[in-house]
Design a binder for this molecule. Sequence first.
Ligand SMILES: Nc1ncnc2c1ncn2[C@@H]1O[C@H](COP(=O)(O)OP(=O)(O)O)[C@@H](O)[C@H]1O
Ligand SMILES: [Mg+2]
Length: 342
Amino acid sequence: MADRDIVQPTADPEERALEGALRPKTLGDFVGQERVREQLGLVLKAAQIRERTADHVLLSGPPGLGKTTLAMIVAQEMGAPLRITSGPAIQHSGDLAAILSSLVPGEILFLDEIHRMSRPAEEMLYMAMEDFRVDVIVGKGAGATSIPLELPPFTLVGATTRAGLLPGPLRDRFGFTGQLEFYSEAELELVLRRSALLIDLAVSGQGFSEIARRSRGTPRIANRLLRRVRDWALVHGVTNIEQSHAATALTMYEVDERGLDRLDRSVLLALIDKFGGGPVGLSTLAIAVGEETETVETVAEPYLVREGLLGRTPRGRVATPAAYAHVGRPLPEGHWSSTGGL
Ligand SMILES: Nc1ncnc2c1ncn2[C@@H]1O[C@H](COP(=O)(O)OP(=O)(O)O)[C@@H](O)[C@H]1O
Ligand SMILES: [Mg+2]
């Protein structure tokens, strides 16, 4: 993974393998997300008492907050096998029919990135979720016939980063929807403590807070920063990681005390130094930092907006007073924030 990607919320295949070892296996082990955990726990308990498969579960939220982990926990808690697939892997409704008809009774089907499934597959899924039945079309043109196929009862666990993109009829077929939220620093510290124990790393309380503060509310990033701090400590012969070690290591990786990386900071600096704080169009801003528009929009912007450092207006992007303070620039006189807005 390139340095620049250190605060990316998504994981590449190599990192996913590393993550497997750190995934909590039970609801009790899963940190934070109190409401989702409690409600999901009830759904599963009730299903066990009724000796039925659990209602279909939809998990939504930004990358790295624990959707895949929860899907695996559902299977674990239900003592059921888990089948994993994803929206983009299902090109044709036939692909879905093949998966559905090969499930064993009670199996958990995890459909990641469910919003990226094709339309025909989506429609097949409606019926499968509701009636545990699909119609398989055999043949083509006038000779085509539809054969009804009974399915074993199963629980669908869908995950999406974009719940808003799911068609209403699909959303309605989930008995339970869990919306995952960004984690507090205290929760991230718990995630880090657990991971440090698993990888046998000694970190002080302040050391954990230092890493948590820079983790953008995201367990995946927290675990990644922990690994980078571990590398740094190994090379520097540090066996007990204190706050100053964590801070030095992460500063070296260009992750600042608020979790901003080099790209985030250059976006803010360009906005302030080159465009008087904005408003400026996104594509112009992207050119100024030498990046693709899409990179700025999907990688840097969401976190900057969430942190209240960048504003989106109809006329373009603007730097907030907090942005000036963060990059150490004085707020110019007559800045929009002091003159009653834009
Ligand atoms: N609540 C949590 N408690 C402990 N670790 C977590 C939690 N949520 C996520 N993680 C860790 O963060 C990493 C990413 O989680 P994952 O479930 O793959 O996120 P998502 O599927 O939402 O992108 C995993 O290594 C997992 O162990
Ligand atoms: Mg996932």
